[in-house]
Design a protein around this ligand. Sequence first.
Ligand SMILES: [Zn+2]
Ligand SMILES: [Zn+2]
Length: 366
Amino acid sequence: MRAQVLSQAGRPLELASLADPSPKQGEVLVQVAACGVCHSDLHVMRGDIAFPTPCVLGHEMSGTVVALGEGVANVAVGDRVATTFIMPCGACPSCWRGQEELCEKFFALNRLKGRLYDGQTRLFQPDGRPVAMYSMAALAELSVVPATDVFKLPEGLALAEAAVLGCAFFTAFGAVHTTARLSVGETIAVIGTGGVGLATIQLAKAAGAGRIIAVDIAQDKLAAAIAAGATDAVNSLAADAPAQVKELTGGGVDAVVEAVGRGETIVQGVAMARAGGRVVPVGLAGPAATADIPIAHLVRRKIRLMGSFGARPRADMPVVLSLAASGAIDPSAAVTRRYRFEHAWQAYQDLDRGEVIGRAIVVAAD
Ligand SMILES: [Zn+2]
Ligand SMILES: [Zn+2]
C-alpha cells in the first residue's frame, strides 16, 4: 500500500510503499476514505512533540472495513466506520474506571513508541524495517485499528467528512460535556476557532448554550465561527478580549474552552470566566510550554481550570455519532478543504501557515 511517511521531524512527508498491514486479534483493517488534518500531527512533523521516526501520522479517519482480526464483534466487513484518535486498550486500570481517555497503554505504547498493544507496529517498509504508528496511522491507504475505537457510521452521513468526528468533534465533545459539563442556557467562550473550536461551537449550540462567544485573531475564522453558531465574535488582536467577554455577559462566561494551546490564551480564558466558572484547555503544546496564571484571582474567584484530552471513545463516540445522525451537529459543515492523498504535505503546510479555516481532510484517490 501507499502511505505518507515522515522520515524525520522537520522533513516533508514522503509518499512511499509499505507492506500491506494485517489485523491481529481484536483489530480491524480499514480502507481509509479520508483523514483529518490536525495540529497534533503538525506538532510531531515540526518536532515540538517527540515521536519515533520513520512514522505514519494521521489520527482522525473514516473508511470501510475490509478485514477483521479474531474476536471482533462490533463491526463487520463492508461497514462504513469512523475511528477515534484515542485507542483504548480496554484492560488497564484507567479503562476499567471508565476513563478511557487516560488509557495507560495508549500513552505508554502508542503515544511514546508508535506501537499497538502487543508492543509491535503493524507497518513495515518493504525491506522489513518497522515504521511507527501515530494513533492508527491514517495517512495511508490501509489502517489497522483496535476494535475499541472503531464505530459504525449511521446511514446518511458523508463518509469522507465523517473523518473529522474522531478528533475535532470527539475532543470538542469531551471539553463541552465530559469536562465542562455545560448545562442548557449557560454561556461559553471558545478561544481559537480552528477545527476543534468550530466543532466546540456546534456542540455548544446543540447543548442549548445561552451565548457562544468566539475569540480569535483572524477575522475570517471569526466569520466561520458565526456561521457555525457562535452568537458573538471577539477579535483579541483588536480588543481586550476578557474585558469584552465580561461586558457581553455581565461578568464573565460559565465556561471557556481554550483550543489554541498557548499560555497567553489560557490566561485570557481564566480572566474571561465568571466567579466559579470553568476553564477547559484542549489545545496541545510542547512539554515545555507553561501558563502564567494569577493565583489570587484563581483562588478567590474559585475558577476551575480543567485539562481535557479527547473524550471516552466507547461512552462518548456513540453520542457524537447520534448527534451527527440527527443533524444536531454537521461534520460536513466543518470541512472546508479537501486535498488528494498525494498532496497531504501541502495540506499540513497550509495548516501551518494558518490558511485553513475549519478543518481540511485528505481524501483517498478513487
Ligand atoms: Zn487531532
Ligand atoms: Zn487502557
